[in-house]
Write a protein that binds this ligand. Sequence first.
Ligand code: PLP
Length: 345
Amino acid sequence: MKASRSFASDNNAGVHPEVLEALSKVNQGHVVGYGDDPYTASATRHFRRHFGEDIEAFFVFNGTAANCLSLKLLTKSYEAVICAQAAHIYVDECGAPEKLTGCKLIPIATRQGKLTVEAVRHAYHGIGDQHHVQPRVISITQSTEVGTVYKPHEIKALAKFAHDREMFLHLDGARIANAAASLGVSLRQVTRDLGVDVLSFGGTKNGAMGAECVVIFDKALAVEFLYLRKQGMQLSSKMRFISAQFDALLTDDLWLRNAEHSNRMAKLLERELKKIPQIKIAYPVEANGVFAVIPRRAIHKIKQRYFFYMWDDQQSMVRWMCSFDTTEDDVREFAAFVGTAVSGR
Ligand SMILES: Cc1ncc(COP(=O)(O)O)c(C=O)c1O
């Protein structure tokens, strides 16, 4: 099969060669299973170097599980999670968060994929009323589902709102690397230092192959997680093959190199698309995704060569994502093809 690259999803990319090399290196001999191995200890040290010595890190297979188990840890079934209407937990997890936690998700309409304190305040009611679910978690996604990035003060304000009301702030960080790279800050500065309580740390979109991590910033809160992970069927017996991937991503700033590169490719794609008058960029391009409103008649033609997803069919809005392995030539060729397709040539 001929190798090709498209712009459908950062999940469509392969595995970064340095991650594959790390996997191959740990594929030697026998080590104890379920995380009691030196590679998991090493990856955990990396997380502690980034986030602080007093954190706990739990590796899981996918982002849905990282989110669901995080929310399970933080809630009881009569409580609720406030999130954006476009949140992955609300739209794209097949009801798994509701099933696992028993909680109601309260979706809030947003302008650019970001929750605000004002909007959350609106959804925060019925406290102490036995007829109402009790909001316990605010869950945000950074970078957001529409490729925007919360400014640090916006997250800080949400954390303060939550903590003032004995709530928690959960962060879906499937693309946290892209957000940190975009803001030019450390992983800790964009999460823990702003008041995030539990982080779903994404590896897969950053060059791993099914490696995600739940980072819990309060050790006392983390105690139950061991059991929840196993009960949630996310405890890997051959844990070293997840750990080794994080070891690679967190060594020599591979996470940052990958994120900076994919963000840069998205900016290039935005610049190229802006040269096409029939195309309107829908959201600020602040991470590795470009959302564009394009003439409907061009969609079929573009899809014949490049697979991608519609984001909003009604508005004829598409989502184009860049990855660690997207090249400048890929971007220019794609934009040129899109230009031809929309002009009807
Ligand atoms: C915002 C966000 N959160 C979480 C995930 C993780 O999903 P998965 O369970 O497919 O790893 C994704 C993947 O597309 C995502 O875009």
